[in-house]
Write a protein that binds this ligand. Structure first.
Ligand code: HEC
Length: 103
């Protein structure tokens, strides 16, 4: 079930549109956190509030899950995209993880 889902996500070419609600759940929260710290903390900080390189505070971000996945996949402005660097499941898991910063 999990492997099949991952295969579907990796195989589909879209960047976050029409994601199944369970996207990202194949990657553990601990792994997602680890990826976030490695790839995102530099600008956003461990709690999403750092704001380096003029990055927005993730704890007040109102983007939907699909919007976050698309943004992390393709990047925006000075924020680097992760397409071809991280797996789709990993990107979805990070998009899920950063929602925990919201108050
Ligand atoms: C080099 C610095 C940098 C890194 C690294 C970075 N970001 Fe960003 N991020 C930005 C900037 C700058 C923006 C604003 C982009 C814009 O709107 O022009 C942004 C915007 C965002 C937004 C949109 C917030 C909103 O509500 O508008 C999210 C979500 C986000 N980043 C998540 C991440 C995640 C997850 C990672 C790691 C995979 C990451 N970022 C890595 C700089 C960075």
């Amino acid at each position: 079930m999990t492997a099949a889902l991952t295969a579907i996500l990796v195989g589909c070419g879209s960047g976050g549109e029409d994601l199944p609600p369970e996207a990202g759940t194949a990657v553990s929260q601990a792994q997602a956190r680890n990826l976030y710290v490695r790839k995102c903390s530099l600008c956003h900080g461990d709690d999403g509030k750092l704001g380096a390189s003029k990055s927005p505070d993730l704890s007040t971000s109102a983007l939907t899950f699909s919007e976050r996945v698309a943004l992390i996949t393709y990047g925006k402005g000075t924020m680097p995209g992760q397409k071809g660097i991280l797996q789709k499941e990993e990107i979805a898991a990070i998009a899920r993880y950063i929602e925990l910063f919201r108050e």
